[in-house]
Ligand binder design. Structure first.
Ligand SMILES: C[S@@+](CC[C@H](N)C(=O)[O-])C[C@H]1O[C@@H](n2cnc3c(N)ncnc32)[C@H](O)[C@@H]1O
Length: 352
């Protein structure tokens, strides 16, 4: 690298682009989106694209900083802008229309601010968690209950959790349903299927498939409702159970979306072994998560998710495809492969 690209301070040379400033800017980005959600900007723009002045009047704002705020959202690809100058009109991106406009069936705005506050609290205690190795949530540390049991103690907790899951997984599950080879298979069981999103996307795409969405009883009403709304009650069954205690239903394909990372190594291996037992010869287990790259250098989203597991679980951690391959082979699977999916996720597939 030429010296022109470096900044020097004594003997120390570093690239002019500061990663420290980038990391600090994360807070600005986070708060910009939070303010937009709080002001219900995206719901306002769902009707019509509007100018800065029209937005100012509709939201009863002062006006100072508003153009910068809106253009920041444009630069973050959270809004689009037609034209330049004061007559330019702002409109929602497709993603924002789906998730942040009131009235959309996928709206997550009710729980967005709550979730941000929970993140702030738990991530704010990261240094402490690194010292203790314990989850930062006091109720998890003290109750002996896991994240799910605690979240599902109230309807609000269960609903918020399910909404968040669907928001995070729509891209990767859609990609999986479209791209995975379902020929020769008839039955899929999604272990920890929450409200049935993965089963719905697979059943919609592949008319010959029947699916079972297996999860704790607390999520049954959410799954039944979503599957009914999708018009797929005849091909998707909701099964209540505890995946540590109950046998898995037999199926040609067993999927686990964001399940293994919640648990410690022994529990991960137990779940992989149970999938192996429930599959026929040639059956496949598919794990969809933010799989960390094998060298553990690149997939920041996967690594951050693993840190998140430190904060909210007793023993959970994310893993690489190579890790999964060794655990799967230990359980008896012949080989594994991997498939890139949208939204930082990958599917790792074990073949019986
Ligand atoms: C991180 S969420 C993933 C949900 C969904 N697969 C997805 O990716 O959106 C973990 C799921 O596992 C379920 N779960 C947790 N413990 C369970 C248990 N002991 N038995 C069955 N399901 C469980 C939770 O209810 C939750 O739906």
């Amino acid at each position: 690298m030429s010296d022109r690209e470096n900044i020097s301070w004594g003997n120390i040379k570093f690239k002019g682009h500061s990663r420290i400033l980038d990391a600090m800017r994360g807070v600005h980005i986070n708060q910009t989106l939070r303010a937009a959600v709080k002001l219900e900007l995206f719901t306002l723009l769902a009707e019509n694209p509007l100018t800065v002045e029209e937005i100012r009047i509709a939201l009863d704002l002062h006006g100072r900083g508003l153009g910068d705020f809106l253009d920041t959202l444009v630069s973050l690809e959270l809004l689009e802008r037609d034209g330049n100058g004061k007559d330019a009109r702002y409109r929602n991106t497709a993603e924002v229309s789906l998730f942040l406009v009131k009235g959309s069936p996928q709206f997550i705005g009710w729980s967005f601010e709550h979730r941000m506050q929970v993140f702030e609290q738990s991530w704010g205690a990261l240094a402490e968690a690194l010292k203790t190795g314990k989850p930062v949530r006091q109720d998890i540390r003290e109750s002996g209950k896991d994240l799910f049991e605690l979240n599902y103690q109230s309807d609000e907790g269960a609903r918020t959790f399910v909404e968040g899951m669907n928001f995070g997984q729509l891209g990767s599950f859609t990609d999986f349903a479209r791209e995975f080879d379902f020929s020769g298979c008839h039955k899929l069981c999604d272990i920890g299927g929450a409200n049935g999103l993965l089963s719905i996307l697979v059943a919609r795409q592949h008319k010959h498939m029947k699916c079972i969405s297996f999860d704790l009883p607390a999520l049954e009403p959410y799954a039944l409702k979503k599957i009914k709304e999708a018009g797929l009650s005849d091909r998707i069954t909701v099964l209540n159970g505890n995946f540590f205690e109950d046998d898995f239903p037999r199926a040609d394909i067993i999927t686990m979306g964001n399940i293994l990372h919640d648990w410690n190594l022994e529990q991960k291996k137990l779940l992989i072994g149970k999938a192996y037992e429930a599959l026929p010869d040639e059956g496949r287990m598919v794990v969809i998560e933010y799989i960390i790259d094998d060298e553990r250098r690149k997939n920041t989203a996967g690594l951050l998710m693993s840190v998140q597991m430190l904060l909210v679980t007793e023993g959970g951690f994310d893993f690489t495809a190579a890790d999964f391959d060794s655990w799967a082979r230990e359980s008896g699977f012949k080989r594994t492969s991997s498939m890139h999916l949208k939204g930082n996720s990958r599917a790792v597939i074990a073949y019986k």
